[in-house]
Design a protein around this ligand. Structure first.
Ligand code: UGA
Length: 462
């Protein structure tokens, strides 16, 4: 099928590239011309595992085309997927102005009737408004537009794999023809007939995804409600972590056992510095606003949000407890991206943390395998270290903020010897605390009884 993608953010790019991989012909556009230029030079504006490879392959076969000509892109597709951003506004509601602009663009540039699919995360009832807007903007054109909602459940860092091996595909439709078109688009995934580029012939055994057909309203709600459930689950794990830390249990033991209950499941129970990124925090806010409008009691969501906001306060309190004053202390930060596997720093706990450390006039030296360039635009004056070992040099504390797996394999003896005080504040429970203590570190994880108080001889004199 011929598919147009409006918006070349990570959702648009992954969706476009995966559709091409599934055998569709895809044209992607974005109103940021520099992004299109970049893509046409063979570069990607984001870091996302496996994406470079599938974009390059589909561009070379001509199945995937990037154009700055918005009209050409609109006219190309039988189905147009709207993948534009819906950032939060001041009051927490989603800013839908880019969806409205997309509707105006489609209505004015289309020369035939089209299926318009919402892929962007939007509040419930947006589909109805989109349909109305398309009808109004195109009232003199003779074209008609059907609208569908097809939410994505992609996690940054594993988005290509998530797209090609989904748990479920949700299509919210209002008529049979739209359902038929969307079923056709997703047929290669449901029949598992694609040549998966991620696992190259050895995909893990998994049931074929179920394709769920719902109303448009329900599909929109499913997306928001899924993300908010994940957020609540993480905050719940963090609540347990606080109890463990203060009363002397080990959160890892506790959540492992909780997660073994098939009704609960082990995922998204990792305590730490809380949920960041451009999805969970903004979706919780938007869902709170939607719930309030619906007259529902949204206290549960507000509490989840509050617990999340306090993660950095708690972490800093630990740092102050250990270091007394932070002013003029050199602090190493490992990890800047909001989670491993991405260079995305939007709503990243590290950004909040570094901002607060700088307010207290600590000296920050940081490393991230992918996100240093982006962080430099926010904090141009901190020290960025190309080698993660350097963040420890003469530091009085080393904070682990993003659990990049490669940090586990660092030369921790070298790190210990280069620190002014070998104190690790592990915000993601990445390391084995006992091992670290045996190596001579003071170590504090999340949700674990605090290790032995500072020994006088663990402070290096300089
Ligand atoms: C999230 C959802 O997981 C996706 O299903 C959804 O499609 C996507 O939002 C979206 O709306 O587009 P993503 O934002 O990429 O995906 O990241 P997650 O893996 O959900 O992690 C979000 C945050 O929660 C990260 O900061 C992560 O470190 C944190 N987290 C996650 C925890 O603190 N504990 C956990 O157990 C899991």
């Amino acid at each position: 099928m011929r598919i147009s993608i409006l918006g070349c953010g990570y959702v648009g790019l992954v969706t476009g590239a995966c559709f091409a991989e599934m055998g569709h012909d895809v044209v992607c556009t974005d109103n940021d011309v520099s992004k299109i230029d970049m893509l046409n030079r063979g570069e990607l504006p984001i870091y996302e595992l496996n994406l470079d490879e599938i974009v390059a392959r589909s561009r070379s076969t001509g199945r995937l085309v990037f154009t700055a000509d918005l009209g050409e892109a609109v006219r190309f597709g039988e189905a147009i997927f709207i993948c534009v951003g819906t950032p939060p506004m001041q009051d927490g509601d989603a800013d839908l102005s880019s969806i409205d602009s997309a509707a105006r663009l489609i209505a004015s540039e289309a020369r035939s009737s089209k299926l318009v699919v919402e892929k962007s995360t939007v509040p419930m009832q947006t589909g109805q408004k989109l349909k109305r807007a398309l009808a109004i903007y195109a009232r003199n054109s003779g074209n008609s537009f059907s609208v569908a909602s097809n939410p994505e459940f992609l996690r940054e860092g594993t988005a290509v794999e998530d797209f090609l091996h989904p748990d479920r595909i949700v299509i919210g439709v209002g008529d049979g023809h739209t359902e038929t078109m969307l079923r056709e688009i997703y047929r290669p995934l449901v029949e598992q007939s694609i040549n998966c580029p991620v696992h190259q012939g050895s995909c893990p055994a998994k049931e074929p995804p179920r394709l769920l057909v719902t109303s448009i309203n329900s599909a929109e709600l499913i997306k928001h409600a899924s993300n908010c459930f994940l957020a609540v689950k993480i905050s719940y794990a963090n609540l347990i972590a606080d109890i463990c830390e203060n009363m002397g249990a080990d959160v890892e033991e506790v959540v492992e056992a909780i997660g073994m209950d098939a009704r609960i499941g082990p995922q998204f129970l990792r305590p730490g510095l809380g949920f960041g990124g451009f999805c969970l925090p903004k979706d919780v806010q938007a869902f709170i606003r939607l719930g309030e409008r619906a007259g529902a009691d949204v206290a549960l969501l507000k509490d989840a949000e509050n617990i999340n906001k306090k993660r950095i306060d708690n972490f800093l309190a630990k740092a102050r407890h250990a270091l007394w004053v932070l002013k003029d202390k050199r602090i190493g930060v490992l990890g800047l991206a909001f989670k491993p596997g991405t260079d995305d720093i939007r709503f990243a706990p590290a950004t909040e943390l570094i901002g607060r450390l700088l307010q207290e006039r600590a000296h920050v030296q940081a490393h991230d395998p992918q996100a240093m360039e982006r962080t430099r635009t926010v904090f141009p004056d901190i020290r960025y270290c190309d080698d993660p070992h350097q963040v420890a040099e003469n530091a009085e504390a080393l904070m682990i903020v993003t659990e990049w797996p490669e940090y586990k394999a660092l030369d921790w003896q070298r790190i210990r010897d280069s620190m002014l005080r070998p104190l690790i504040l592990d915000g993601r429970n990445l390391l084995d605390g006992e091992e670290m203590v045996t190596m001579g570190f003071e170590y504090q994880g999340i949700g674990k009884a605090v290790n032995e108080p500072l020994q006088a001889n663990s402070v290096k004199s300089n």
